[in-house]
Design a protein around this ligand. Structure first.
Ligand code: URA
Length: 238
């Protein structure tokens, strides 16, 4: 990569809130498979030991699926590259597409509150920037529709690589799309929430997507989501 492109990538990465970058020499984004397949999306071409920066570089100005046609910005992920906890949503909405940062709209504000308020109540010093937040697809689907199978398959490779690079202690899967992508489960979130699963060797907690919780009538799911988060935060931070 030439110096100018590298400078632009670094700037982009810093805009996402990533303050520390690690570049491991000799490992490119196109390296040989890291081995091991996720139960959801089948792995392709992840370089062993790669960093988030390597993955972002590989994504580049992505045109691998039709979602690139309507996007303003690629929404890669935000937060601590070494976070022990990663939240995975579905895909960017309008606010995220405009800013290039996941979960900054109404659902995102609810997610932030849920993380920070639950942690505070439980006596865990934790801010949004301490965790890592990303989505299954990195470009906004038109009209906020659910990502299609091929889009999830193509973009899910990058999600798998992000998780493999971060190696968190646990993953929180938000809603049905992320459940299908990471766990390959067809069952609804209502059945799966509050339970532990595994993505490779990493424990996964399933809970409701914050957009679902924003619907006024969803009082009980809201209470359940707080329970799920409590369980998750104690597992990760106790
Ligand atoms: N919904 C998601 O799934 N992800 C976002 O980033 C925002 C809303």
């Amino acid at each position: 990569m030439d110096a100018e492109r590298l400078r632009r990538y670094l700037e982009f990465y810093q805009d996402l809130g990533i303050k520390t970058l690690y570049r491991r020499p000799g490992i490119g984004g196109q390296g040989p498979g890291a081995g091991g397949q996720g139960p959801g999306i089948v792995e392709q071409g992840a370089g062993a030991g790669e960093s988030l920066f390597d993955i972002l570089t590989d994504i580049g100005d992505c045109r691998r699926c039709r979602l690139h046609e309507g996007r303003t910005k690629i929404v890669f992920g935000v937060g601590n590259e070494h976070a022990p906890l990663v939240f995975v949503g579905e895909g960017p909405g309008a606010d995220e597409d405009a800013q290039g940062i996941p979960f900054v709209g109404r659902a995102g504000q609810l997610l932030t509150q849920m993380i920070e308020n639950t942690a505070k109540k439980e006596g865990i010093p934790l801010r949004r920037e301490d965790v890592y937040i990303c989505n299954v697809v990195k470009c906004r689907p038109p009209e906020n529709r659910t990502p299609e199978a091929d889009e999830m398959e193509i973009c899910g490779q990058f999600l798998n690589r992000q998780l493999a690079a971060i190696q968190p202690k646990a993953i929180c899967v938000l809603g049905g799309t992320a459940v299908r992508a990471l766990l390959g489960q067809k069952e609804g979130v209502t059945k799966l929430r509050g339970r532990w699963f595994r993505w490779r060797d990493i424990p996964v907690m399933v809970t409701y997507h914050p957009s679902y919780l924003l619907r006024a009538y969803n009082v009980e799911p809201k209470r359940e989501a707080w329970e799920d988060l409590k369980k998750l935060l104690h597992f990760v931070y106790d």
